[in-house]
Design a protein around this ligand. Structure first.
Ligand SMILES: NC(=O)c1ccc[n+]([C@@H]2O[C@H](COP(=O)([O-])OP(=O)(O)OC[C@H]3O[C@@H](n4cnc5c(N)ncnc54)[C@H](OP(=O)(O)O)[C@@H]3O)[C@@H](O)[C@H]2O)c1
Length: 333
């Protein structure tokens, strides 16, 4: 069993814990919180009891094989660095780092600690329905681009409207629409089509300089991908990948509840399956397989690592094209 610990005590961590336990590959040993009281309240919601609560990262890292990091984006880098230095595998929520300089430093640190695995938790690209899309894309006679959408009104936007500064809508925490929900369509585009040759981001900025929503264009030879995403409005548009007459349609590129193939002659085939109620189970399983068998999974591990690196670079290029700067960009590491 892989001993795992967590950083971050919000609902997403609870969902990951449930997913990890469902795989039966992990045992939760340690909960880290900055506050003992919050750690206790978090533990009370979980179906486990034999868990140690800690309030320092060093106590966390001495107790676990792998850490799941779901803190605000701007904290991922330092926390992952400390874990790698302690010889602990890292599963870090998307986006793994704030910018390519941080990613390069993580890569260098991993080279010095080759036994450590570092995974970005981009749950959707691990889902069986994403694999169906990949496979069907490979069968299209020609690719003519895609429109990928993930726009969901956040309760944190209510807090923002009430005059607060929720982490996820601030540049201080390396957040905003692109780095929160935009990651999903950008990840999907790069997983499906590779790194774009150029990008452009047209954001709608909030008064605090963070992006509330926006449209990103990824330019490839012969086609473009348009990504539409945001946290201050709801969209019910499907996501589409274009062949010639053929179109692959998913209800939502992050949730992938349904996937259909339209042949352009009036026939529609359901090519998806009903996803697990917990969308993190497949990634938890994939990461466990790689931790348990690093040798035969090495090629796939490198591929996911390169994908994470390209996504990180593309997110940075997109926000640079719109002049969005994070405080993390100015930090000396
Ligand atoms: N994969 C998915 O579907 C999914 C969904 C949602 C979020 N996420 C990702 O998960 C991560 C966390 O997102 P979130 O919305 O849960 O973030 P959040 O609520 O702002 O913070 C998460 C946790 O980090 C700690 N924290 C909060 N503010 C902090 C600060 N100023 N300094 C140090 N620690 C702080 C808190 O834990 P303690 O107070 O206990 O220390 C908190 O529970 C993000 O990277 C996000 O992109 C992924």
């Amino acid at each position: 069993m892989i001993k795992f610990g967590i950083i971050g005590t919000n609902w997403i961590t609870q969902m990951f814990i449930e997913a990890a336990l469902k795989t039966e590959a992990y045992t939760l040993t340690t909960i880290y919180s900055r506050s003992q009281t919050r750690a206790e309240a978090f533990l009370a919601q979980l179906p486990v009891d034999d868990v140690t609560l800690v309030t320092t990262l060093s106590d966390l890292f001495t107790a676990v094989d792998v850490v799941y990091i779901a803190s605000p984006n701007a904290l991922h880098f330092e926390q992952a660095k400390a874990a790698i230095q302690a010889g602990v595998h890292v599963i870090v929520e998307k986006p793994a780092t704030s910018n390519p300089a941080e990613f390069a430093e993580i890569e260098a640190l991993l080279a010095q600690n080759p036994a450590v695995r570092y995974f970005e938790a981009a749950r959707h690209v691990h889902q069986p329905n994403f694999k169906r899309i990949e496979q069907t894309l490979g069968e299209l006679p020609q690719v003519q681009g895609a429109t990928l959408v993930y726009q969901k009104y956040s309760s944190r936007f209510d807090s923002y409207l009430a005059g607060e500064e929720p982490n996820v809508l601030t540049r201080e925490f390396s957040a905003g629409a692109l780095y929160d929900l935009g990651v999903y369509p950008i990840y999907a585009a790069i997983a499906l089509f590779g790194a774009p040759r150029a990008v452009q981001y047209l954001p709608t900025l909030l008064a605090n300089g963070a992006d509330g929503k926006g449209v990103a264009n990824l330019f490839y030879d012969g086609f473009n991908v348009t990504a539409i995403f945001g946290k201050n409005a709801n969209s019910y548009l499907s996501s589409e990948i274009y062949g010639l007459k053929e179109t692959i349609v998913t209800s939502n590129i992050a949730e992938l509840e349904t996937v259909t193939y339209h042949d352009g002659e009036g026939h529609v085939d359901n090519i998806g399956e009903t996803p697990d109620a917990n969308p993190m189970v497949q990634e938890a399983q994939d990461f466990a397989d790689m931790i348990n068998d690093p040798v035969s999974t090495h090629g796939q591990y490198r591929q996911w690592f390169q994908l994470a690196k390209q996504v990180n670079q593309t997110l940075f290029d997109l926000r640079s094209s719109a002049g969005i700067v994070f405080p993390a960009d100015q930090k000396e590491s």
